[in-house]
Design a protein around this ligand. Structure first.
Ligand code: ACO
Length: 426
């Protein structure tokens, strides 16, 4: 039984009549939380919440999203304003430091990031150990974890300066590592970073230039990538960010924690969905087949789901999906239309009118249109999730930093409801 006073909730165990009163903590936005940390001590009960659907795992001041309104704020600023008026590096500064940079701070930050973009030469040797056809997410997870061995001079997690330098290193070097993973997969020499280019322009250059052919950075592609990076930069306690927090909560080094986040992101229910969307659209092939696949997605006997649809928190349009659809139109206007865009638009149209999707509040998410843009810009499908990881790195390392700086931090150690054998003898 549960009763609620103004600032607390009282649980009564009806079997024993034991009662426990737990404080309600107010949130700035969103639902308030019940602090049940003392529940086991008071009532000898654990809470049980698979998938954390009703559980706030931490306090955080970084990102807020309102799933009903379809609203996303980084440090209080709406994503639409940041996408329109800011740059990815200014957004990184904002996310990590809490405030938008002044002009001088912005220039200094850009200088720090762009002048630390080289990866250690020995990392190239490490990279060579991967088979050419390894998935780039495997290369990324391995390479980022290995960075603890290359950059161990600043690994005192209790030193805020070390934490900031690690954040800078990760944000600086991630594009170089992602592009290197791609070059390895196609057997081309790695392209070194060019500090004078923009963050997105440098990344495009490392991806698509080669020593034997000049490459001109297209401002449309450069702008599209910068905005896509902004839209993917953080998303509060999603699965990969929670993984980074959990891995880091043991005191593990930040490279190991971020590598754990990369591994989590890879799954098709999370960042891997952008790759899965393109595979799905290719499989659907034509607008004529859309209804058949919508029916498959609704069929409970069929494991097929519409990839790029649905979200744990958004029960309205994912604001990032709206912005991405706009970028897709711009990029395709320049790079030529992709028949898969027609399939995607038709799929969205049919699904949004269908009772099954309306009832369950399933809308296109961030991954639905992003792959079409990446494909138009020349990225192979396997590179889509690494692009997500590149952009999310700032979010991961900021959450890790916030957690370590929190005096209430504890090692994450959930409990369980044991449903195995009772005691038995051999
Ligand atoms: N296609 C068809 N049905 C769906 C879909 C979908 N994409 N997503 C959810 N549903 C249905 C479920 O079958 C369930 O139906 P039921 O109530 O009849 O059983 C209901 O909607 C609720 O779904 P859950 O799986 O309980 O929702 P949850 O919050 O656990 O999952 C998730 C969210 C994983 C994103 C899910 O919507 C999904 O699998 N989507 C496809 C993968 C995807 O696009 N992932 C990217 C998410 S965004 C990101 O991580 C960057």
């Amino acid at each position: 039984m549960t009763t609620t006073n103004r600032n607390s909730v009282t649980f009564t165990d009806n079997r024993t009549q034991k009662q426990g009163e737990f404080p309600i903590l107010e949130s700035v936005y969103g639902d308030d939380v019940v602090d049940i940390a003392a529940m086991n001590r008071t009532l000898n009960l654990f809470s049980y919440d698979p998938g954390f659907v009703s559980t706030a795992s931490c306090e955080s001041a970084i990102t807020y999203l309102d799933g009903d309104k379809g609203e996303l704020l980084y440090r209080g600023y709406p994503i639409e304003q940041l996408a329109e008026r800011s740059s990815f590096l200014d957004v990184c500064y904002l996310i990590f430091n809490g405030e938008l940079p002044t002009l001088t701070e912005s220039k200094d930050f850009e200088n720090i990031i762009m002048t630390h973009s080289l990866m250690h030469e020995n990392l190239k040797v490490f990279l060579q150990g991967f088979r050419y056809d390894s998935h780039p997410m495997a290369i990324l997870a391995g390479t980022v974890a290995s960075m603890a061995g290359f950059y161990h001079d600043k690994l005192d997690i209790h030193n805020p300066e070390h934490r900031m330098i690690t954040a800078h290193r990760l944000i600086s070097k991630m594009p170089t590592i992602v592009a290197a993973a791609y070059k390895h997969s196609i057997g081309q020499p790695l392209v070194y970073p060019t500090n004078s280019l923009s963050y997105a322009g440098n990344f495009l250059n490392m991806m698509f230039s080669s020593p034997c052919a000049p490459y001109e950075i297209d401002p449309v592609a450069e702008k599209a990538m910068d905005v896509l990076f902004i839209l993917h930069a953080d998303h509060e306690q999603n699965a990969s960010t929670s993984t980074v927090r959990m891995a880091g909560s043991s005191g593990a080094n930040p490279y190991a924690a971020v590598s754990a986040g990369i591994s989590c992101l890879w799954g098709a229910s999370h960042g891997g969905a952008n790759e899965a969307v393109l595979t799905m659209l290719g499989e659907i092939g034509s607008v004529d087949n859309v209804s058949k696949y919508v029916a498959k997605a609704k069929d409970k006997e069929d494991p097929f789901r519409l990839m790029g649809f649905g979200h744990r928190v958004y029960k309205n349009f994912d604001p990032r999906a709206k912005l991405i659809k706009g970028i897709a139109d711009e990029v395709l206007a320049k790079y030529g239309n992709d028949p898969l865009m027609e399939v995607a638009k038709r799929l969205e149209e049919v699904a949004l009118k269908d009772e099954y999707f309306i009832e369950r509040k399933l809308y296109p998410n961030v991954d639905f249109y992003s792959g079409i843009i990446y494909k138009a810009l020349g990225f192979p499908t396997q590179m889509f999730t690494p692009l997500f990881a590149l952009a999310r790195t700032v979010g991961w390392i900021t959450h890790w930093n916030e957690m370590i700086a929190d005096p209430k931090m504890k090692i994450s150690r959930p409990r369980q409801r044991y449903i195995g054998h009772t005691l038995r003898n051999m």
